[in-house]
Design a protein around this ligand. Structure first.
Ligand code: NA7
Length: 542
């Protein structure tokens, strides 16, 4: 390897969402020449694209924000308990302006390849707009839920009406007035969008494959007093979120659900239901560990569905059976179940009657034809690995990441993978991000990478690379933790089960943020144990 090659840039960051913006800010702070390439026409990542009606965060606004600058905490004001997409996007726009990040971001530009050059020891990054740059480091801030996925339905190309995916929603919005709308998918996106589409459309037919557990958000505007209180208590809140396993200020119960009397249990769940938000399973400490505790929580939510939905047959169809609550991401809604009480809303169970084809003007199941003018695909994402797989990433000796991960993703700490020196992933598979408040995980990852690069830059190190042993141990560790939980018992995107043919491997680290943070800190203390730090060859000039 030549030691004298000079790179165009120190760092290329791919993506300008929560991860990419923070990475740019942090890397610049280290004095590294950094450029972000972003496929969208604005910053925000997931929150740029997910503009469907009702798109809203299911983590409370005051927790779902950067903590790196106490001044930012004081100046930004959240208007609601759960922020809607436009407000989160405005927040990220504000961050881009406030920290003068925009001149480091190239928008409307998709990275197509990132190749490690064994000769120069640099990365070569190309885009769909003809950029061809070399960089010493690459940070993949590509997001966990950014590769939207529309399943292959026979005949879909013949459909003459309008089609939308929730994650690629038109910038100007969609007017459903007077329309007969089919919605396919009842995950978080469908559950948020369906009530609002139903307010506009003449009819809505929802195609449900797996019934989902959803809890009320009880979203509300924040009063000036609450806003003041949030700001006053920010230092304490930030400390609490840092020390919590999920990166939120949700108070967790410390008893087993089956240790207490049925009445005590009901009261605890009832309080969480009334309070709103995804903290219901956290009423007890073992809902995701103990099947009996989980059944108790699941049955509580089913009893609510039966109370809300007037038609008992529809209610039963909406009641999830045989899937632990929380094993798939718990949905948080506003009026979801009650929407099915409206005359013009119909629920179709596609497990009973599968979708056979899409015709020029309808969705046809094995039982019936459902005419429609518009189809909304709320069908989710090729999660965690999809956005990475869409880029041609090649490491040492031309090793392709897609090939390396063909049996499932392999990372060390969710941050790096052997054979790909100086390439890092923020919130990648193997990180706890999607099982936590993702912003808190992202901040941790970016800060940790910042410290790693400080060490590397000051220590005359040219390449930092995870070892195969370390990543094999990490994957095993993630699996060992996962099988102790109920997570693997659902066919979720955590496992890749929603994408036909995708290897089924439990991808997120399920040990909680506290344990994860401790592990990462220990790795750093031991001078990056599990990574190989290769010194720069003599004669290196950059
Ligand atoms: P999800 O949670 O992956 O939900 C996708 C939904 O689409 C889910 O109900 C799927 O049913 C359904 N789906 C997927 N493929 C099909 C086919 N072929 N036929 C019928 N129905 C299908 O994605 P979301 O966008 O809602 O949420 C993603 C995350 O964003 C969420 O977890 C939060 O973290 C925020 P299935 O359950 O696979 O049977």
């Amino acid at each position: 390897e030549r030691g004298d090659a000079i790179a165009d840039l120190d760092v290329v960051v791919v993506g300008a969402g929560f991860s990419g913006l923070h990475a740019l800010h942090r890397m610049r702070g280290l004095g590294l020449a950094t450029r972000v390439f972003e496929a969208g026409g604005g910053v925000g990542g997931t929150w740029f694209w997910n503009r469907y009606p009702g798109a809203r965060c299911d983590v409370e606004s005051w927790d779902y924000s950067y903590s790196f600058d106490p001044e930012l905490d004081q100046e930004w004001e959240w208007s609601e308990r759960y922020p809607a997409q436009p407000e989160i996007r405005a927040y990220l726009d504000h961050v881009a302006d406030r920290y003068r990040l925009r001149d480091g971001i190239t928008l409307d530009t998709r990275v197509t390849s990132a190749h490690f050059d064994d000769g120069t020891g640099l990365w070569r990054v190309r885009t769909d707009r003809g950029h061809d740059v070399t960089a010493r480091y690459v940070v993949m801030a590509t997001g966990c839920l950014s590769a939207a996925r529309i399943p292959d339905f026979r005949g879909a190309e013949r459909f003459r009406g309008r089609t939308y995916h929730t994650g690629q929603w038109p910038e100007d919005g969609v007017d459903f007035r007077g329309s007969h709308v089919a919605v396919i998918g009842t995950g978080s996106s469908g559950v948020q969008a369906i009530p609002l589409i139903a307010e506009q459309a003449t009819s809505v037919t929802v195609f449900q494959r797996t019934a989902t557990f959803s809890v009320p958000a009880r979203n509300r505007a924040l009063s000036p007093q609450e806003q003041r209180r949030i700001k006053e208590t920010y230092p304490e809140r930030r400390r609490l979120t840092r020390d919590s396993p999920t990166g939120t200020t949700v108070v967790r119960g410390d008893r087993s659900a089956i240790e207490v009397s049925p009445e005590e249990r009901r009261v605890a769940f009832e309080q969480r239901w009334e309070h709103g938000g995804s903290g219901l399973p956290a009423a007890f400490d073992d809902v995701l560990l103990n099947p009996r505790s989980n059944d108790a929580a699941a049955e509580f939510v089913r009893s609510k569905i039966r109370e809300i939905v007037e038609d008992p047959q529809v209610a039963e169809r909406l009641c999830p059976q045989g899937v632990p609550i929380g094993a798939k991401r718990l949905c948080v809604d506003t009026g979801y179940y009650a929407t099915y009480n409206a005359e013009h809303v119909e629920l179709v169970d596609v497990r009973e009657n599968p979708i056979e084809e899409i015709t020029a003007e309808a969705v046809r199941t094995s039982a019936r034809t459902h005419p429609c003018d518009a189809i909304v695909f709320a069908t989710g994402y090729d999660a965690m690995t999809g956005a990475l797989a869409r880029i041609d990433i090649r490491g040492r000796n031309g090793l392709s990441l897609r090939e390396k991960w063909s049996a499932g993703p392999v990372t060390y700490l969710g941050l790096a993978t052997a054979g790909f020196p100086n390439l890092f992933v923020v919130a990648g598979p193997g990180s706890p991000s999607v099982l936590t408040n993702v912003v808190v995980s992202i901040e941790h990852h970016v800060e940790w990478l910042g410290e790693l690069l400080t060490r590397v830059e000051s220590g005359g190190i040219r390449h930092v690379e995870a070892t195969e042993e370390a990543e094999a141990r990490w994957v095993e560790h993630v699996n060992e933790l996962a099988v102790r939980t109920l997570y693997p018992q659902a066919n979720s995107w955590y496992l890749g089960a929603n994408v036909p043919g995708k290897p089924q491997v439990f991808m997120p680290y399920p040990g909680g943020l506290v344990a994860y943070r401790e592990t990462c800190a220990r790795v750093a203390e031991r001078d990056y144990e599990g990574f190989t730090l290769t010194p720069a060859p003599v004669g290196r000039t950059c």
